[in-house]
Design a protein around this ligand. Sequence first.
Ligand SMILES: Cc1cc2nc3c(=O)[nH]c(=O)nc-3n(C[C@H](O)[C@H](O)[C@H](O)COP(=O)(O)OP(=O)(O)OC[C@H]3O[C@@H](n4cnc5c(N)ncnc54)[C@H](O)[C@@H]3O)c2cc1C
Ligand SMILES: *[C@@H]1O[C@H](CO)[C@@H](O)[C@H](O)[C@H]1NC(C)=O
Ligand SMILES: *[C@@H]1O[C@H](CO)[C@@H](O)[C@H](O)[C@H]1NC(C)=O
Ligand code: FES
Length: 487
Amino acid sequence: DGLDPEEEVTDVVCDEAELKDGEMMEVEVGDHNVLLVRCDGVYSAISNQCTHYGAPLSKGVLSGQRVRCPWHGSCFNVKTGDLEEYPGIDCLPCHKVKVENNKVYVSGQPKRIKWMGARDQAVLHTIMLLGGGAASLMCAETLRQENYGGRIIMVSRDDLLPYDKTRLSKIMNAEINLKTVTFDDGLIQCYDQILIATGCRAKSLDCPGADLENVLMLETPEDARCIHYACMGCRTVVVGTSFVGMEVAAYMINMASSITIIGSSELPYQKTLGPEIGKATMMMLEERGVMFHMNDAIAEVQGENRRVKAVKLKSGITIEADLLIVGIGVNPNSEFLKGSPIRMDSKNYVIVDKYMRTNITDVYCAGDLTSFPLKMAKGQNVSIGHWQIAQAHGRIAALSMLHREVELNTVPFYWTVLFGRTIRYAGYGEGYTEMVLKGKFENMKFLALYIKDDEVVAASGLNVEPAVSVVAERLAEGRVITKAEAE
Ligand SMILES: Cc1cc2nc3c(=O)[nH]c(=O)nc-3n(C[C@H](O)[C@H](O)[C@H](O)COP(=O)(O)OP(=O)(O)OC[C@H]3O[C@@H](n4cnc5c(N)ncnc54)[C@H](O)[C@@H]3O)c2cc1C
Ligand SMILES: *[C@@H]1O[C@H](CO)[C@@H](O)[C@H](O)[C@H]1NC(C)=O
Ligand SMILES: *[C@@H]1O[C@H](CO)[C@@H](O)[C@H](O)[C@H]1NC(C)=O
Ligand code: FES
């Protein structure tokens, strides 16, 4: 680790006996906020601030040699500071620790030597990354961290650098053959290995009037800005009651003159967080003047001068509107793969194994576009659109390309924000049959444990940190939480 203790400014942070094995605490060293951990009798210290949104890791979960963040589930190795689970972006700095005369000293100068290789002109090998999203970016970063010296070509239909997804209207029709990709401008590029990570796009309405000007979808920062300005003082209709629809509606309260939500199920989040939480969030929004039309759908969007005037529902109801926001799910960006030998499922998601390999040698796929085996769900093939999963996929794909196969083992972690409060969700609750609920949603403090075949398969929580991370960590370790335990 290259640290010379003689040169380091060190502070006494505690007595040796203050921390027991398997415990951690927050200490101050100079102006650094440090996490001190005792594990197998050995002390170690890393920065206490999560590299994602800065949560204090001391409030998280320590399990063996890793700590899981209480906010969105990132994991860090407490000995090295290495990032072991996304959505964190970087590794954490480490501090030197020594124990002398029963006192624990921590160095004030953190060191993080994050090594990254560079392009080596002598290496004649090309890896192509199709798509410039979370999965591709993490794949590129991992390749260089693992000292891959070949050429990396990232192709994206966005005008901007990774992370800035722009408009969907620019469709790029790439055609993939063995070892070459032909782009719609005629360019042909050869590759040795390729990662397909073109993600999904928001589903559009399939009814008359769906193409009117102020029918908006939320996919990019630009869309978000558009919606923010367009809703001011407007009669707004939102179609879709999953995360995006509910978040947008909650955000627009006090901005739009009226908000009406159309949902196809009986309650919001029916299949994800469950009807109980759906009912409670619905009431919260209703208290703030939001109107709901559930078990309904849009039959027609009526316009005037190309702008929305009213929305007609299947049930016959007509709602006057100045703005319509559509959040009804996603479709995979895999059209260009039709006719290729790459195996896809019935919904056109690309099927990969736990190393992110498709059924064609040297062709890998990662992120929202995949159907992948989820270890914690007994290896079922699933498609889950989470940022953190796309990042994990990108890393695993890079390692596989370099023949350093590591099995994917990530526990889905998601969060949604309503009125400044964050509901966290971990696991895979699809097909759950029972729920054990602790606390009450109405009191803004609850933990819901979703049960399938007598086992906890997922958890959601509000104001109970780090409970959801505790469940995530258990699931990551492959430890079963029975229904009886949950109760
Ligand atoms: C409004 C919104 C809110 C979200 N909130 C959350 C959240 O709170 N938490 C969370 O975990 N996840 C959230 N997500 C999901 C998260 O953004 C995705 O899971 C993640 O971006 C998937 O990464 P990806 O690399 O697979 O695909 P993307 O990030 O979608 O990247 C796909 C890339 O491929 C490019 N591309 C597409 N087609 C082609 C083509 N034919 N040729 C070339 N390039 C192409 C695109 O331009 C883009 O660069 C949210 C998504 C949206 C839209
Ligand atoms: C890959 O899967 C596709 C679709 O199932 C199939 O047609 C093709 O023969 C497979 N190719 C290989 C090499 O297994
Ligand atoms: C799941 O993925 C594996 C490949 O990893 C594949 O063999 C299997 O057919 C897939 N199952 C389904 C139902 O698509
Ligand atoms: S702040 Fe730690 S995972 Fe988001």
